[in-house]
Design a protein around this ligand. Structure first.
Ligand SMILES: Cc1cc2nc3c(=O)[nH]c(=O)nc-3n(C[C@H](O)[C@H](O)[C@H](O)COP(=O)(O)OP(=O)(O)OC[C@H]3O[C@@H](n4cnc5c(N)ncnc54)[C@H](O)[C@@H]3O)c2cc1C
Length: 416
């Protein structure tokens, strides 16, 4: 049964949903505020590390166009540094490799693919009245506008929203020419590297594929007002790199040599900002008739990127919504269908909120203990790495002190 669906927003979730619905034979209209050329010529949008399960959803939808081209990341290297000295190091191998494809590369190509396959794209910034018009003309309208202003069409869910202000200032730069850190074990140069400076924030280095080829993506997660929070004026790529090197020299000097010879990948290689983690109610009623529209991904469940969950959630959400639309036959997409669908998404996404909330605050003692055990025991380290890929595991072993103690006690070789 062919349905008429509008998708507002041409990012990770909206285009995945649109392409999947198109493949299922539905008539889909996408609203994109930028053309593919404008996306490619613009600034970076994310660090977009995607793990095995989310990559599998893309693969199943025929959308994994960069497997083989984007470097696989099959190792995680975590260092906790105190007073500019590494105090604890975790080396983990996740069950499946992650990768990161610059969303400028990915969403511009997906948008072109959607159009090549006969999809209809309206190129403009959608205002609320455009969403009303789309809702009146389509059987289903989905708002996939990410962190954009259209999110405010959906009421904030106070009970589920963990914070009312950003917990990190974000600053990201894409680089060519980053090497391996000094004295690191073999393979760390190709790993995702997370450096934790307790109280100040984190430095994350993620291998990726950008417009100009393979690169390293450097992301500062700075506690607001702390010593790493120095990018509030949104500097350009060269200045971002220069200040990053100064911070690395002072706080994580074991990375200095590896980054000192690097260069920004392009003029748009930087992104600065801050995110207030927010959960919203899934359905908005718009216009004189109160037409129902459904939100998705970041529009409804927005996390700080410290645990690299948003793009993975977007892929999960798109896969779930696409299957639900096609599986709905010719029945109406009414309020109760929308609420039930979001409830199924929330059932997964809530674990990303809990995981991210835990990692943003002062680390609870039991998670600190799990980190310490992960430094000593590869199987604990692997479970930690796999929790990023599948956060539904978070409550089973990190959600409470009891869960952590029970898990650690079940390991014959750990001593506490
Ligand atoms: C610094 C940073 C690092 C990150 N790192 C990771 C990571 O490593 N791993 C991970 O999984 N996630 C990461 N994320 C999060 C991830 O990028 C997002 O969660 C993901 O892209 C969300 O997908 P989405 O479709 O909801 O929104 P988006 O991908 O943001 O797409 C929204 C789209 O809607 C468009 N839009 C907005 N308003 C309008 C409008 N009014 N009219 C028309 N179009 C509109 C936007 O232009 C955009 O194209 C990171 C985010 C940031 C900021």
């Amino acid at each position: 049964m062919m349905r008429e669906v509008a998708v507002v927003g041409a990012g990770q979730s909206g285009l995945h949903l649109a392409l999947a619905l198109q493949a299922d034979g539905h008539r889909v209209t996408v609203v994109s505020e930028r053309t593919p050329e404008q996306v490619r010529a613009g600034g970076v949008l994310s660090t977009q590390a995607m793990f095995g399960p989310a990559r599998a959803i893309e693969r199943a939808a025929g959308l994994a166009l960069w497997d083989g081209a984007a470097p696989d990341t099959d190792a995680l290297h975590v260092v906790v540094g105190v007073d500019a000295k590494p105090m604890l190091t975790i080396d983990a191998s996740p069950r499946e490799p992650a990768h990161s494809v610059d969303q400028r590369v990915k969403t511009s190509a997906w948008l072109e693919l959607f159009e090549e396959r006969g999809g209809r794209v309206e190129y403009h910034r959608a205002e609320p009245e455009d969403v009303v018009r789309l809702a009146e003309r389509n059987e289903l309208t989905v708002v996939a506008a990410g962190r954009g202003a259209l999110g405010s069409l959906f009421a904030r869910d106070e009970a589920r929203s963990p914070f009312d202000a950003p917990q990190r200032s974000l600053a990201c730069v894409y680089l060519h020419g980053v090497g391996a850190p000094a004295d690191a074990p073999a393979g760390v140069g190709d790993a995702a590297r997370i450096h934790i400076v307790p109280g100040a924030g984190e430095l994350i280095l993620q291998p990726g594929l950008t417009l100009t080829g393979p690169c390293m993506i450097l992301l500062w997660e700075a506690v607001p007002g702390g010593p790493l929070d120095v990018f509030g004026d949104s500097p350009g790529p060269a200045e971002m790199l220069a200040r990053s090197l100064e911070l690395i020299r002072s706080h994580v000097p074991w990375e200095y040599e590896a980054v000192s010879g690097a260069e920004p990948t392009d003029a748009g290689a930087v992104l600065c900002g801050a995110i207030t983690p927010t959960v919203r109610h899934p359905v908005a009623h718009l216009g004189a008739d109160g037409a129902a529209v459904l939100g998705m991904a970041d529009t409804l469940v927005l996390n700080d990127p410290i645990t690299a969950q948003g793009a993975n959630n977007a892929s999960r959400c798109a896969g779930l919504y696409a299957a639900a639309v096609t599986g709905h036959g010719d029945r109406p997409f009414d309020d109760s269908w929308m609420h039930d669908l979001f409830a199924r998404y929330w059932d997964q996404a809530r674990h990303t909120v809990d995981f991210t909330t835990a990692m943003l605050g002062p680390l609870p003692d039991h998670i600190g203990l799990a980190f310490a055990q992960a430094a000593a025991h590869p199987q604990v380290a692997s479970r930690l790495a796999d929790t990023y890929a599948d956060p539904t595991d978070f409550p089973r072993w990190l959600g409470t002190p009891e869960a952590t103690m029970q898990y650690l006690a079940s390991l014959p070789q750990t001593s506490m």
